[in-house]
Design a protein around this ligand. Structure first.
Ligand code: ADP
Length: 210
């Protein structure tokens, strides 16, 4: 992939024909997809081994990291990426990198499965002794029968709207494993054609009050 990207970077000086460049792009894209699958499987296995960090994590900083990371992708699709948060939320306990990964899978999906010009809201709220994180989109939505299977490994919904969108079918099962490894719960509310809200809740840490 490294050599592939070198060739693609400034292909014009490399005397590649248009067709050679297309072949190279396809090879590079297939390589990226394989890498994505391998990384997801490795992450799932690492979680199953039960090794997670337990530090105080402020979910506001997780959300801020996600917004910074995904703003360019949302802008490229003319989507608005908004955040709403209750002030001074207490911290949760866990592994910041893993929680960023779980929220990043939900946010990436929201952008991917929402048409251009849509809107994505990241919301943080307190609910008794837990904090709830919501990712709401104005996208294609998911039928009730598919919702029941969404969090299974390799499951992907096939509809006319989403047929050309690529993915591994592992993102949601990874997010579920991460949230459950933190003692939390994950779920979805959605209506076909009207968008989806994926949410998870995590218990507030005993030493986590702001
Ligand atoms: P993928 O790599 O296919 O995106 P995921 O496990 O992340 O895998 O998601 C599983 C399936 O759930 C997707 O293929 C897609 O059909 C559906 N899905 C996930 N998030 C959304 C969303 N925000 N809106 C509509 N469909 C979604």
């Amino acid at each position: 992939m490294g050599y592939g990207s070198l060739l693609l970077d400034d292909g014009e000086d490399k005397n590649l024909t248009i067709q050679q460049r297309q072949y190279l792009q396809r090879m590079f894209h297939a390589g990226e997809e394989m890498l994505e699958i391998i990384n997801d499987i490795l992450d799932l296995e690492q979680l199953r081994s039960g090794n997670i960090n337990n530090k105080l994590v402020r979910l506001e900083s997780v959300v801020a990291e996600i917004v910074e990371r995904y703003q360019p992708d949302a802008e490229a699709k003319s989507q608005r990426l908004n955040t709403e948060s209750t002030p001074e939320l207490p911290a949760v306990s866990g592994d910041q990198l893993l929680l960023v990964q779980a929220l990043s899978n939900l946010t990436e999906n929201a952008i991917k499965y929402t048409p251009d010009g849509g809107c994505i809201n990241l919301r943080l709220l307190r609910q008794n002794s837990s904090i709830r994180v919501e990712v709401q989109d104005t996208g294609f939505g998911i039928s009730e029968s598919a919702q029941a299977r969404l969090f299974e490994e390799f499951y992907r919904v096939r509809t006319r709207d989403t047929a050309n969108i690529s993915g591994t079918g592992l993102g949601l099962s990874l997010a579920k494993s991460i949230i459950e490894a933190h003692g939390g719960r994950i779920g979805v509310k959605s209506k076909e054609g009207e968008g989806s809200t994926f949410y998870f809740s995590l218990p507030i840490s005993r030493n986590g009050e702001a």
